[in-house]
Design a protein around this ligand. Sequence first.
Ligand code: 6PG
Length: 248
Amino acid sequence: MTTKVVPGQLVASRDAAQVAVEAATRMARALRNAVSKSGRAAIALSGGNTPRAAYTLLAKESGLDWTKVNVFWVDERAVPPGDDRSNYRWAKATLIDPAGIAAERVHRMPAEVPDLEGAARDYEKAIREDVELDGDGIPAFDVVVLGVGDDGHTASLFPGDDTVDIQDRLVAAVRASGAREARLTLTPPAIEHARQLFILAVGAAKRAPLERVWSAQGNVHETPARIVRGCRGIVTWLIDKSAGGLAD
Ligand code: 6PG
């Protein structure tokens, strides 16, 4: 028998709609608290399908002063911003436009440019300008939203890639591989220093990768989402019944 210990708080909901409600409520609370404490907040958004419903609800949350919130991305694919596979496109449609977030607060990851390494360096500069540093001198996002891929990836940190070992940069370029386009991604230190991580996983296909993240045995090279185990902040898992729970 393998031991599993969920690193952080597990919020198991009956279905995807309830996961979205739980996620939006908690993200809004974290952002409101940051704004009232520091006068500003910073959130980093993942792509994928799962968080879209949560972003739609987050846009409707009341009492959140979006003029004080800087919006960044966890990762982005090398596609134009209007492309169906663009993480920016979906966040714009579900959150940024409906909430009326001003352009100067929106920090799109430009992964479609030819010089991805340069774009990664510039994006790190933008993060350092607008995200409060923690005691280690690392920018600490108030909220980082993550998903878990069926193969155990998170952000654009994929199994077998050496990006999981990066410690000296906050943003990295990810080479194209097979059918997968090149990407930009936050690196482990940028994710681990988050004040709050919200990890959303919905559907039966997430059960196996979640087990691999929660298992006492395993490593970040095979299952990059295990990097969340090193998070210094609060980790909250928002999952539905079919993704798993602790009942079995
Ligand atoms: C991306 C992501 C990625 C995502 C997972 C889960 O751009 O692809 O940020 O890490 O969170 O692949 O995606 P789903 O929510 O679609 O399952």
